[in-house]
Design a protein around this ligand. Structure first.
Ligand SMILES: Cc1cc2nc3c(=O)[nH]c(=O)nc-3n(C[C@H](O)[C@H](O)[C@H](O)COP(=O)(O)OP(=O)(O)OC[C@H]3O[C@@H](n4cnc5c(N)ncnc54)[C@H](O)[C@@H]3O)c2cc1C
Length: 428
């Protein structure tokens, strides 16, 4: 707990970042009044669980891993139930006409298969990931001791080395072969960050750390339950359907937060949404040369039916649960196949481009029925190498959680950044 004069706090955005910020603010400043604003009519932002036939379909953020300390800490402290995502071990890489790699359900066998095919490249990639994991561990320690602008913490730990360079340059400098990059690494990064050519180094590395760090999890009742739970636990006033249009610094050093409906003065404000998407006007405040990044779209289409194994050239065997793709399979970046009752499966196809129903031609024996389609118009930044991250502290008590996002976008980084900003507010 902090001794600090914070009486009322506005949080802009009810995604995992904003809800974590409200949660940590309640923990460290028990008496503060917290108000969370979101322009949408729901809590969750880029986390969205849809229940189809008793199966949770995660349309946005899907997995977190055993290395995501902040998220795991919250899940444990709140007694929430998580489930290991076993399907993750059952994957293949499809080049549009055949599988170029198929995992074994036992990960040790998969590693042996990868070693046999790609030899030193796998070992070199593991060594690189071990180094990056060490730096991330240092980031957690440093953030706890010295909460500060996230860019500064990245520099202190050496992690900035990675986001300054293109990912594929980092890999080739380490001697990772082109075949391993094309057939294994690119299919993984294609799913997470659709674009690839000039992908920033830390975005690419963090997608691999997820795979390298053992078990992956999601919330047993759907990931959407996490931000909803945190908003509730924070005891904040949640104002949904209220877009923040303007933030103005007053002569007293407080902040007037304007929505279409009202204006309220707060002594502290946390912005928990990328400024690129927020459309907020700032008065009497400087954004310190902040430069907007372009964002990329992700389209998802889900259908249900009796899966036809011949679609992937299989005879009668089950298809892998997850099929990643090489660029020959453009514009499809991933198939996810979840069994439901009656011998049917739910198949989700993801792409950075709009998908027509025809994209499912041949997937089902019985034609299949549409379940849903969803478009994330701004899923994540088009990750390019970045020389400097935006400031976390925009003004004395005006903080910016998404300052980390030009480097990496994940539930964990939004949650960690939320914890960091609350600690920064406690150090004033
Ligand atoms: C398809 C997809 C798959 C993903 N997969 C994974 C994964 O497997 N694992 C993982 O860790 N991450 C994944 N991510 C990334 C992860 O979803 C995000 O990094 C994370 O959810 C971001 O949370 P946030 O709270 O920072 O931002 P957001 O979730 O974007 O929340 C911001 C909120 O602010 C609101 N808002 C914006 N402007 C205003 C305003 N002016 N006034 C009021 N409210 C405003 C928005 O409506 C939104 O609800 C994925 C993302 C996508 C799109």
């Amino acid at each position: 707990m902090f001794e600090c004069e914070m009486a009322n706090l506005a949080v802009v955005g009810a995604g995992i970042g904003g809800c974590s910020a409200a949660y940590f603010a309640r923990k460290y400043f028990p008496d503060v009044n917290v108000t969370i604003y979101d322009s949408q009519d729901r809590i969750g932002g880029r986390i969205l669980t849809y229940n189809a036939d008793g199966v949770n379909l995660e349309l946005g953020a899907t997995f977190f891993n055993s290395f995501n300390r902040t998220l795991l800490g919250i899940v444990k402290a709140e007694g929430l139930k998580m489930t290991p995502v076993k399907e993750r071990a059952d994957f293949a890489v499809w080049n549009g006409s055949e599988f170029v790699f198929r995992s074994n359900k036992q990960s040790s066998v998969t590693i042996l298969k990868l070693l046999a095919k790609y030899q030193l490249s796998l070992a070199r990639t593991f060594l690189l990931l071990r180094k990056v994991r060490g730096q991330v561990a240092k980031l957690y320690t440093e953030e706890t001791k010295n909460p500060a602008d996230i860019g500064e913490i990245f520099e202190f730990t050496g992690l900035d080395e990675w986001h300054k360079k293109p990912f594929f340059e980092v890999l080739s400098e380490k001697g990772v072969s082109q075949a391993f990059i094309d057939e294994i690494i690119t299919p993984i990064t294609r799913v997470i960050y659709s674009q690839n050519a000039d992908l920033g180094g830390f975005a690419g590395l963090s997608s691999l750390i997820g795979v390298y760090s053992g078990a992956t999890y999601s919330l047993a009742e759907g990931n959407s339950t996490l931000p909803v739970h945190l908003a509730k636990a924070s005891n904040a006033t949640v104002k949904l359907g209220q877009k923040v249009d303007r933030i103005e610094k007053t002569s007293k050093g407080t902040y007037s937060v304007y929505t279409g409906e009202d204006m309220t003065v707060f002594d502290s404000v946390i912005i928990a949404t990328p400024l690129e998407l927020a459309d907020i006007e700032f008065d009497g405040l400087s954004l310190h040369g902040w430069e907007p990044q372009p964002y990329q779209a992700v389209y998802k289409r889900v259908m249900r039916g009796v899966f036809d194994p011949s679609y992937f050239g299989l005879k009668n065997s089950d298809p892998p649960a997850i099929v990643l793709t090489t660029k020959d399979a453009d514009p499809i970046t991933q198939y996810s196949i979840q069994k439901v009752s009656g011998g049917e499966s739910l198949v989700t196809i993801s792409s950075p481009e709009p998908l027509s129903k025809n994209v499912f031609n041949g997937v089902f024996k019985n034609g299949g029925v549409s379940v849903l389609e969803h478009c994330w118009k701004a899923a994540y930044p088009v990750f390019k190498p970045v020389t400097k991250l935006p400031l976390t502290r925009i003004d004395k008590r005006l903080m910016y959680i998404s300052a980390v996002e030009p480097s990496v976008s994940s539930m964990e980084t939004s949650t960690l950044s939320a914890l960091n900003v609350v600690r920064m507010l406690g150090r004033i």
